[in-house]
Design a binder for this molecule. Structure first.
Ligand code: C2G
Length: 487
């Protein structure tokens, strides 16, 4: 039995509270409204779940310390636009070492951070929550169906798989099947962008389009989410999974979906703001849209359907005109070069893997390429047959290492690709991607210079050999800059 605090008494928070209480956990639900907490406590039904009885064991409160104090797991089930403020309010009450789960689906406008990143930002402000483990819980899960114990699946995502497994253990029931995934950013990105595709599907239906159009939007919408996610360093496999394809299907094809219903009203001619008011509840796609468009610009990724929704919702263009423009775009292919090359590469390597083909990966900035780098790459390649180099992007270098490179990412990439030891260069976008890369690229051996000794030993838990090689002592990019500066 676990003691759980659920922040947010909406339909999803209440449905999850019921699921956990019926599984024998001790559940307290927090609402920012004392009236709503009192009403739910007295009436034991939720307006959004009229046919569902709320178990007597669930306590409702408007006190965050009641909801969080002494809890092993805290679930953020508030709308995405309230996650940051709620995390700031709850920080003092959330125990360190607790599991903090986000079921909110969105990307924060401005910062473009995912919901677990937003919660992490706020909890880390006091420096006293280093032990908190942040997990995203997301998938094809209409609250109305979960509240009726209809068979449902969902993904618990965290770079720390023990945390994901702990959340899996708490939520798993005979009707609620939880899978784990490393790729927390990919899972959260799916949750945000699929709402926009669902809105598009509703708009199309409101215009009188049929199932063919809906299928096209789901399929091409999934391609857009995958394109953006892989550009961000997420695992392509995440997008064909439950949090991606699964959640998109259930959201784009169901009347339970507020995003879909809101799109229907817009397609029938209602102004977006009026459509949201008519739904009367949070329509997450409206909050996510500006942020996802900004992510697409940051990662230079073309998202035609998302952009079309932006033209309608943000620029006030007529849906019918936008659909015509979307359909009239220049011809293209379903198989993009990079995806084709990579899947081709992997197919070849998979076939050779049987002959013991070993794949090695290493990470770095590789600015002002010098013989110390070459020594590292040569020795790394000698440990296997295929060397992947994850090259730090300009953003990652500046945001995480405060390094300003002389050469841009594209210039450093082309230099690395010309080295005979290097077989593939991929972007290094964040510190967490090493786990997903190890699986995505079937890595056998991870290599770094010994200035990183011990920092990446966790990869051994993924069955990857970790090797730290002696640096070439007398040379470094910094040294080159200093020497040149003095001349
Ligand atoms: N290296 C080396 N000898 C040198 C300089 C660098 O062996 N004289 C190695 C480093 O140890 C590292 C690789 O070459 O393994 C790339 O070095 P950098 O570009 O400085 O990489 P760094 O900025 O340390 O980034 O996630 C890991 C980071 O991206 C590593």
């Amino acid at each position: 039995m676990s003691r759980v605090g659920i922040l947010g008494a909406g339909t999803w928070g209440t449905a999850l509270a019921r699921l956990l209480a019926n599984a024998g956990h001790d559940v307290t639900v927090w609402s920012s409204s004392p009236e709503r907490a009192a009403r739910l406590s007295a009436e034991r039904t939720h307006p959004g779940l009229p046919d569902t009885a709320i178990p007597a064991s669930i306590r409702f409160t408007s006190s965050l310390s009641d909801a969080c104090g002494g809890r092993e797991m805290i679930v953020f089930a508030v709308p995405s636009v309230r996650v940051r403020s709620t995390a700031a309010l709850a920080r003092a009450c959330i125990p360190d070492e607790s599991l903090v789960v986000s079921v909110a689906k969105g990307i924060e406008p401005g910062t473009l951070r995912t919901m677990t990143q937003v919660i992490g930002d706020e909890l880390s402000r006091d420096g006293a929550h280093g032990g908190v483990r942040l997990v995203a819980l997301s998938g094809p899960t209409h609250a109305e169906e979960v509240a009726r114990d209809l068979p449902t699946t969902i993904v618990a995502a965290c770079a720390d798989m023990t945390a994901a497994a702990a959340v899996q253990d708490i939520f798993m029931t005979d009707e609620f099947r939880v899978y784990t995934n490393f790729d927390v950013t990919g899972v959260e990105l799916c949750g945000a962008v699929k709402n926009i595709i669902a809105l598009a599907a509703g708009i199309a239906e409101g215009l009188g389009c049929g199932d063919n159009t809906k299928a096209a939007l789901i399929t091409r919408g999934m391609a857009e989410i995958t394109r953006l996610g892989t550009a961000m360093g997420c695992s392509a496999r995440t997008f064909s999974g439950l949090a991606g394809m699964g959640d998109l299907i259930v959201t784009a094809t169901s009347r339970h979906s507020r995003n879909n219903r809101c799109g229907l009203l817009i397609g029938r001619g209602m102004a977006p703001a009026d459509a949201v008011n008519a739904i009367g509840m949070v329509v997450e796609s409206m909050n996510a849209l500006p942020a996802v468009l900004a992510l697409a610009a940051r990662y230079k990724t073309d998202l035609p359907i998302v952009s079309a929704v932006g033209d309608i919702v943000l620029n006030g263009e007529a849906p019918a005109d936008v659909v015509r423009r979307l359909m009239g775009r220049s011809k293209t292919s379903e198989s993009t070069g990079s995806a084709l090359e990579l899947s081709y590469e992997n197919a070849i390597l998979e076939s050779k893997r049987g002959m013991g083909m070993k794949r090695v990966i290493t990470y770095g900035t590789f600015d002002l390429l010098h013989y110390g780098h070459i020594n590292l790459l040569r020795r790394a390649k000698a440990l296997g047959d295929y060397l992947v180099v994850a090259l730090s992007t300009d953003e990652f270098n500046w945001n995480e290492k405060r390094k300003k490179c002389y050469f841009t990412y594209e210039q450093r990439k082309s230099l690395l690709e010309s080295i005979r030891y290097v077989d593939l260069v991929i972007p290094e976008e964040n510190w967490e991607q090493k786990r997903t890369d190890a699986h995505e690229y079937h890595i056998d051996t991870f290599v770094m210079g010994d200035d990183w000794t011990g920092k990446f030993d966790f990869l051994r838990d993924e069955g990857v050999e970790v090797v730290y090689l002696p640096r070439t002592p007398e040379i470094s990019t910094t040294q080159i800059k200093q020497d040149l500066h003095q001349k």
